[in-house]
Design a protein around this ligand. Structure first.
Ligand SMILES: Cc1cc2nc3c(=O)[nH]c(=O)nc-3n(C[C@H](O)[C@H](O)[C@H](O)COP(=O)(O)OP(=O)(O)OC[C@H]3O[C@@H](n4cnc5c(N)ncnc54)[C@H](O)[C@@H]3O)c2cc1C
Length: 475
């Protein structure tokens, strides 16, 4: 009989593969099981993030951004050329290469850290004195016994009720990342992170993109001032965003897709598009896991129930990432993976959701950490605000990318930074400084006194910190 493993991780997305590496680093015998198949049927570790999420979307965002810049901004730099074109097949091939580099990187990391990778579906079978039994179905079926199990099975796109994804006209994120031509018209149901990113890619390449969002406000979770600035920028780019749209019916056929909806004013409307991306949220993956075989409890929405430390209702069974409550973000999954491996080793790590950064990789980018101004108002906390526009930042002017601003919120009495919100160039990179400042419980003055390189976009963060005390130097 095979030896009992210390830790079995089910799922090799960013939560699972990182948990497995950390467990192995801590000296545990570790197996990571993942069922994702590449187009040749082989293993493709990395989960949603690597295969149909973070990585391919950023590859396409970069390609389409380059195309947009060549078409609209290069001339300002004196760069001219006779004919601009986009080879979608080549763009998709590049995306595929980027994905494969990441898949291969994870295989390498597993080898380096002595994590055994098993390609197949992992399902709970039962529990013995030795541990939990997990059946792995795949090309080489086997049953494993593990003392600890980390469930990291992730999530999948939620379809509209009664409208299945066919990935040719009705697309999930998977199909949205593989459209093989530039559609003339593209509809997107859901103007959240994924909808905006995917809509931006195809709009930049020439599609007429319309987003239908059921919520009455744009990016309701984002600081309202930031969301308003982004909304204006997207409208200028030609992204049509219809808020408060209630979808009534979706029909697809040879002619494309027809979406009947009621707009915010109560008028019935029809949107006719070549293809429709549905990005209305994601559902946890637990079906193949057979949680019922061991009595693993799910919550009313189908997520694996966990406490603040990712413990499930079963002793030594943990769950992390998209399959549990909390933000559906790759870096949140990773942090939980590290923390669980360390808890198994008896350590006392902590993941603070308040300092998890959020990013939307549109243009301008949107990034934030901590509380929004509306949250602070609702909680009754007194605060001071400092904002600094990229228009007044030398590096942004040199880049030719001056849309947006940095906004800092600090406690009115202690000056402790409570939230930082950025809309503008490289917001995804700039937010790291704010996360670090908040992790170290910095005050706005602490940040304002740090020397920042000139000229750099990061000076806008320093200036926003100065502006909290009404003493910005460059604006
Ligand atoms: C288009 C798109 C763009 C995104 N962009 C970003 C971004 O820029 N930044 C960001 O932070 N987040 C982004 N996300 C979200 C991010 O992808 C997820 O939050 C992240 O992948 C969750 O990681 P995870 O490890 O929990 O699960 P997943 O990445 O979903 O991985 C779970 C893995 O488990 C496997 N699995 C499931 N059940 C079983 C089973 N029973 N046996 C074996 N294997 C199983 C799955 O096949 C999968 O490989 C994006 C998502 C999408 C869809």
């Amino acid at each position: 009989m095979a030896a009992t493993i210390d830790v079995a991780v089910i799922g090799a997305g960013p939560g699972g593969y990182i948990a497995a590496i950390r467990a192995a680093q801590l000296g545990f015998s570790t197996v990571c099981i993942d069922e994702w198949k590449n187009d040749k049927g082989g293993p493709a570790p990395g989960g949603t993030c690597t295969n149909v999420g973070c990585i391919p979307s950023k590859a396409l965002l970069q390609s389409s951004e380059n195309f947009e810049q060549a078409g609209h901004q290069f001339a300002d730099h004196g760069i001219g050329f006779s004919k601009l074109s986009i080879d979608v097949a080549k763009m998709l091939a590049r995306k595929k290469t980027v994905v494969k580099q990441n898949n291969d990187g994870i295989v390498y990391l597993f080898k380096k850290n002595k994590v055994r990778f098993v390609h197949g579906r992992g399902s709970f079978v039962g529990k013995s004195d030795a541990g939990y039994e997990i059946a792995v179905s795949g090309t080489a079926p086997e049953t494993l016994t593990a003392r600890h199990v980390i469930v990291a099975t992730g999530s999948s796109a939620r379809p509209l009720p009664g409208v299945a994804f066919d990935e040719s006209t009705i697309l999930s994120n998977d199909g949205a990342l593989s459209i093989d031509h530039v559609p003339e018209t593209l509809g997107v149901v859901g103007a959240g992170v994924i909808g905006l990113e995917m809509g931006s890619v195809w709009r930049r390449l020439g599609a007429q993109v319309t987003l239908l969002e059921s919520m009455p406000s744009f990016l309701g979770a984002v600081d309202a001032q930031i969301a308003a600035e982004a909304h204006k920028a997207f409208a200028r780019q030609g992204l049509e965003i219809s808020l408060g749209a209630k979808i009534e019916r979706v029909e697809s056929g040879a002619q494309g897709v027809s979406v009947a909806y009621v707009d915010a004013g109560g008028e019935s409307r029809t949107l006719a598009v070549e293809q429709l991306i549905v990005s209305i949220g994601r559902v946890p993956n637990t079906v193949g896991l057979a949680p019922e075989a061991v009595g693993l409890a799910l919550d009313e929405r189908g997520f694996v129930s966990v406490d603040a430390e990712c413990r499930t209702n079963l002793d030594k069974v943990w769950a992390i990432g998209d399959v549990v409550r909390g933000p559906m973000l790759a870096h949140k999954a990773e942090e939980e993976g590290v923390a669980v491996a360390e808890r198994i080793a008896g350590q006392k790590p902590h993941v603070d959701f308040n300092t998890v950064p959020w990013v939307i990789y549109t243009h301008p980018e949107i990034a934030w950490v901590g509380q929004t101004e509306q949250q602070l108002k609702a909680s009754g906390r007194t605060y001071r605000v400092g904002t600094f526009p990229f228009m007044a930042n030398g590096r942004a002017r040199a880049l030719g990318d001056t849309t947006g601003f940095v906004k800092m919120l600090a406690d009115a009495e202690t000056d402790r930074i409570l939230g930082v919100h950025i809309v503008g160039p490289m917001a995804s990179e700039l937010i790291a400084e704010a996360v670090m400042a908040m992790e170290f419980k910095a005050s706005a003055e602490d940040l304002a006194r740090i020397c920042h390189a000139h000229p750099s976009l990061s000076e806008a963060t320093k200036e926003a910190a100065l502006a909290v005390d009404k003493r910005a130097l460059n604006f």
